[in-house]
Design a binder for this molecule. Structure first.
Ligand code: FMN
Length: 195
């Protein structure tokens, strides 16, 4: 065995989506965010497109991003459907978090690689982010409210026509218990063909 697989397995299985409401006020420092993103960019990528793009907001900029998200929400969702609860959550998050990362995808001018493969590469990058956070004892969470797929969101983030916003990645030091989860057993999701 070349690496310590039991430790790698533990990180993979302990990785959880930890929601911002359970983060403490402890700041996630830039060096750690850079480690998380430097691991993200070592994800597999068909054709070496490296389609991941990150828009990182820290410090006072987080609140500004929250205000922009509120504007996007209000432009995209019909007024009759506005949820006071969701808007309040958005505000609370942007006032308490030390970092927000918008996860974006760009084909970077390439027209040969199918979009699904660039999207998949970015998802692999996000898994690297999740795992790096887990190793640091940081909670993290990939959020994808419907409005992130809108033109208004692309406009806010300055994305091109073939680019996508794939989500918001939250990070923070968790307070309280690390969440538990479960998975369907391997037998349920696997078909073996041996003869
Ligand atoms: C592409 C993607 C988008 C997600 N978006 C949301 C979301 O908008 N809201 C949410 O509560 N969880 C979201 N999640 C997190 C899942 O809810 C979470 O991964 C799932 O409940 C399993 O929990 P675990 O990550 O702790 O194992 C998303 C996960 C992925 C992979």
């Amino acid at each position: 065995m070349k690496y310590n697989l039991s430790e790698i397995t533990e990180v993979i299985r302990e990785r959880r989506s930890v929601y911002p409401e359970s983060y403490s006020s402890r700041v996630v420092h830039k060096e750690i965010i850079e480690d998380v993103l430097n691991n993200a960019i070592w994800a597999p990528t068909h054709g070496m497109i490296q389609p991941w793009r990150f828009k990182v907001y820290t410090g006072d900029a987080v609140k500004g991003a929250g205000l922009e998200l509120e504007k996007v929400y209000k432009r995209v969702i019909p007024e009759a459907e506005w949820s006071e609860r969701k808007l309040a959550k958005l505000k609370e998050r942007s006032e308490s978090l030390s970092v927000l990362v918008f996860i974006c995808m760009t084909p970077d001018g390439n027209t040969t690689i199918p979009e699904i493969e660039n999207v998949s590469a970015v998802a692999c990058a996000v898994q690297n982010m999740y795992l790096t956070c887990t190793a640091y004892g940081l909670g993290s969470y990939w959020s994808s409210p419907k409005y992130i797929y809108s033109e208004e969101m692309k406009e806010f983030l300055g994305l091109g026509k073939d680019d996508k916003c794939m989500g918001i990645f939250y990070m923070g030091y968790p307070e309280g218990e690390w969440p538990k989860s479960h998975r369907k057993p391997l037998e349920y999701v696997t078909e073996w063909h041996e003869e």
